[in-house]
Design a protein around this ligand. Structure first.
Ligand code: FE2
Ligand code: FE2
Length: 137
């Protein structure tokens, strides 16, 4: 059983965004498995890099939909994204410098809670707006 399992409650009603959220979950599951297996520093570092890059990609895509639809809550939402990217960059920096003894399950648990809170709390708020603008794919 994977660490995080997708369910329909997480859907934001926009196919591309659901697909990207599923990919983020898949990367978090890889990170969880790597930590549990005590993976080597390099391989863990690569998984973290993938998480960082994909999170950037997803946020950029989401923010492009906000710009395209003049979403009124964009500023607050983008700030949440920016804070997360800064936090992730710091985690990576510490891990790559070797100042973090290892990545703990606490970090993936935090990321899981963050992702769920963000999707259910902030992302799902854009659904009616994007649908009204004809964006659902
Ligand atoms: Fe978001
Ligand atoms: Fe999102």
């Amino acid at each position: 059983m994977p660490f995080i399992v997708w369910n329909d409650r997480l859907s934001v009603g926009v196919t591309a965004m659901d697909r990207e959220h599923k990919e983020l979950i898949a990367i978090l599951n890889s990170l969880y498995d790597a930590i549990r297996a005590g993976a080597a520093h390099d391989s863990m570092s690569e998984t973290l890099e993938r998480l960082d890059e994909y999170t950037h990609f997803h946020f950029t895509h989401e923010e492009a939909l906000f710009a395209q639809s003049a979403y009124p809550d964009a500023e607050k939402h983008c700030l949440e994204h920016a804070n997360t990217l800064a936090w992730l960059a710091e985690v990576r920096r510490k891990y790559d410098k070797g100042t973090a003894a290892g990545l703990s399950l606490e970090i993936v648990n935090y990321l899981k809670d963050w992702l769920f809170d963000h999707i259910l709390g902030s992302d799902q708020k854009y659904t009616p707006w994007l649908h009204a603008e004809g964006i659902c794919r």
